[in-house]
Design a protein around this ligand. Structure first.
Ligand SMILES: [Zn+2]
Length: 176
């Protein structure tokens, strides 16, 4: 009887250990995979991603705010990390700058509400990533060779038509 209890206890321990190990491996695999995805400044090509953050300097001119903002490298994930003393208002327009060369990352060639950075995926394929500078506006585009590969966020429809017309202008020889 005593042994039976011990064996049952051991079985529970073994199951728990296996669950913990699975969780650990799955998290580790995900993180390892996504760490191969890099983000670069389009001007100086410095790496903007450190571990699980893309690092920017942001400014809000109307209230003279100047701060560091970390974005999640997973496209479509709109978690923001910033100092607890700072609050961003819904609808507030931020200007994004490269923390290395201080270039303004506004995608002036496409839309003044969008930021452009470069993404290099795990196969070394290069993309342009555009995302909204407006706080709370969830709109991200993954572009490869002038085509929208993917768009993310419930507000991306705001820019799709605009995007398509601008991209079409850049390649007048190709008809859709
Ligand atoms: Zn730069």
């Amino acid at each position: 009887m005593k042994w039976e209890i011990h064996i049952r206890a051991l079985t529970f321990v073994a199951i728990d250990f296996r669950l913990v190990l699975c969780n650990f491996i799955s998290n580790f695999t995900t993180m390892k995979y996504s760490l191969k995805v890099n983000y670069l400044c389009p001007v100086c090509r410095a790496y903007l991603r450190i571990w699980n953050n893309i690092i920017f300097i942001v400014k809000s001119e109307p209230r003279n705010l100047h701060a560091i903002l970390l974005l999640n490298p997973e496209l479509g994930n709109y978690d923001l990390i910033h100092h607890s003393s700072i609050e961003f208002a819904e609808g507030e327009m931020l200007d994004f700058f490269c923390p290395v060369c201080r270039a303004d990352l506004t995608a002036v060639e496409l839309h003044r509400n969008l930021v452009r950075i470069i993404m290099i995926d795990e196969n070394s394929k290069e993309f342009d990533v555009y995302f909204s500078k407006v706080c709370g506006e969830h709109s991200t585009f993954l572009i490869h060779e002038e085509d929208i590969v993917e768009n993310y966020g419930e507000d991306s429809s705001t820019y799709v038509n605009y995007f398509m017309s601008r991209l079409k202008k850049r390649k007048p020889d190709q008809e859709i």
